[in-house]
Ligand binder design. Structure first.
Ligand SMILES: [Fe+2]
Length: 149
């Protein structure tokens, strides 16, 4: 049973971005089921690379979308995305220290990302969409990037 479930009220009214957010929920649940709940920590390293790559791709896609709809707080939102990326990279640097600690740090980071960012921050650009035409703006997913500053 998933630890955290996607709900319709979390939608940002964009199919691609909702799909990305659902994947982040899935990664969180997978990490809990396969790593923390079972006491197995070796999977963390594999998941961390996948998570970093996916997060780079998702943030870029979301930023492109926010630019297209003319979101007022784009710069502030990009800073928050960069903070998430920095935290992920720090966890990757630390992963050789103690896998149990790294797993816990990742659970906290993804949990906060879902709770404070997706459910609160991402809702703000959704609320700013005034017209139906803005809701139908297409975004073309980018290939995951290898580097991001
Ligand atoms: Fe975001």
């Amino acid at each position: 049973m998933p630890l955290i479930k996607w709900k319709n009220k979390y939608t940002v009214n964009n199919q691609q971005l909702d799909s990305d957010h659902k994947k982040i929920f899935d990664l969180f649940n997978k990490m809990y089921d396969e790593c923390l709940a079972t006491g197995t920590v070796a999977c963390t390293c594999i998941m961390l690379d996948e998570l970093i790559s996916f997060t780079e791709y998702h943030c870029k896609t979301e930023e492109d979308y926010m630019a297209k709809i003319g979101y007022n707080n784009l710069e502030e939102h990009i800073i928050k995305h960069n903070d998430i990326m920095q935290r992920l990279r720090k966890i990757k640097q630390d992963q050789e220290d103690n896998l149990q600690t790294v797993t816990m740090a990742l659970m906290v980071l993804i949990g906060n990302w879902i709770r404070l960012h997706i459910i609160e921050e991402d809702m703000k650009y959704n609320l700013e969409i005034q017209s139906e035409s803005a809701k139908s703006i297409d975004i073309v997913p980018q290939e995951p990037l290898t580097t991001r500053k």
